[in-house]
Design a protein around this ligand. Structure first.
Ligand SMILES: NC(=O)c1ccc[n+]([C@@H]2O[C@H](COP(=O)([O-])OP(=O)(O)OC[C@H]3O[C@@H](n4cnc5c(N)ncnc54)[C@H](O)[C@@H]3O)[C@@H](O)[C@H]2O)c1
Ligand SMILES: O=C(O)C1=N[C@H](C(=O)O)CCC1
Length: 269
């Protein structure tokens, strides 16, 4: 059987280049397209050469319709605006859309739900095994501890990251809220800056650090009286996200339309 053909969007980006390197080496999937935004300097060039290596036989394109039509899956780590446009095209092509992009608002998520009526969408704010295990642990610990234990999620990322809190921090916050039988919308603490009020009991707070080349670090702090429990994940290599995304694209090949996440892919449900 032929290996599924995969298109990578945001081909010149941090995640795009990591995905392309792994796909060019893969025995299970093949790179069939590389997309960038119109006007990007790499458009028209061979992706392997643009990345400073050997020719890969795939030209970077800014014309998504024919590129996606030739693929079984699209792996997309770009921006919310770009991902919403790709969701429509990927749904029309009935291909699997793996979405790593973060920073969506409620309206964006409704649009993704609509696209998933036509083809599978697998979306996660973090595609690594470690973080998806941490989500389950966070839910469990939050359920075991009473609301006198304050929950704070602290995350750190590189200086180029544009969204905060990170997608991962929001996944962890949602898991903590679920553990307490609520939604994050109900428990999320407003951002703190200047003179604010004291912390309200049962709320879940977020703090974000941005600097240098930090790949991604997340602490879920459960702060009680006289003791503190900290659950931590540290990413040191973006390959963990890219490997998860490729695994998701392969897993999705025999799935029907619908919305899935990495818990489905990893069998953690
Ligand atoms: N879910 C995860 O596991 C995970 C892991 C890492 C990053 N991310 C998320 O992935 C996204 C990208 O991260 P990054 O560090 O690679 O960013 P980046 O800025 O390095 O790359 C984004 C790329 O997308 C390109 N782009 C923008 N609009 C486009 C369009 N219309 N078509 C094609 N390409 C387009 C940009 O030119 C850029 O090359 C962010 O939202 C980030 O939070 C998620
Ligand atoms: O580098 C990024 O950007 C990352 N984004 C994801 C998030 O928002 O949590 C995952 C970690 C890296």
């Amino acid at each position: 059987m032929e290996k599924p053909g995969i298109v990578v969007t945001g081909a010149s980006g941090r995640m795009g280049q990591m995905l392309i390197r792994l796909l060019l080496d893969s025995d299970e999937a093949r790179l069939v397209g590389a997309l960038e935004r119109p006007g990007h300097g790499w458009v028209g060039r061979d992706i392997g050469e643009a990345m400073g290596g050997r020719p890969a036989g795939v030209a970077v394109s800014d014309d998504p319709v024919p590129v996606i039509a030739a693929a079984q899956a699209v792996i997309d780590f770009t921006s919310p605006v770009a991902t919403l446009a790709y969701a429509e095209l990927t749904a029309q092509a009935r291909a699997v859309h793996v979405i790593g992009t973060t920073g969506f608002d409620e309206e964006d998520l409704h649009q993704l739900t609509a696209a998933a009526r036509h083809a599978p969408i697998i979306r996660a704010g973090n595609m690594s095994l470690g973080v998806n295990l941490l989500v389950g642990l966070t839910r469990k610990v939050a359920a075991a501890l009473g609301e006198e234990w304050d929950i704070e999620v602290v995350e750190a990322h590189h200086r180029h990251k544009v969204d905060a809190p990170s997608g991962t921090a929001l996944m962890l916050g949602e898991a903590a809220a679920e553990g307490r039988g609520a939604t994050l919308g109900e428990l999320r603490s407003p951002a703190r800056d200047g003179i604010t009020e004291a912390r309200s009991t049962g709320s879940i707070g977020f703090a974000a650090i941005r600097g240098g080349d930090i790949v991604g670090e997340h602490d879920v702090i459960f702060a009680g009286q006289g003791e503190r429990l900290v659950l931590r994940h540290v990413a040191t290599d973006r390959a963990i996200f890219a490997r998860g995304a490729i695994r998701a694209a392969l897993w999705g090949q025999d799935k029907g339309p619908g919305e899935y996440d990495m818990h489905d892919v990893l069998g953690l449900n």
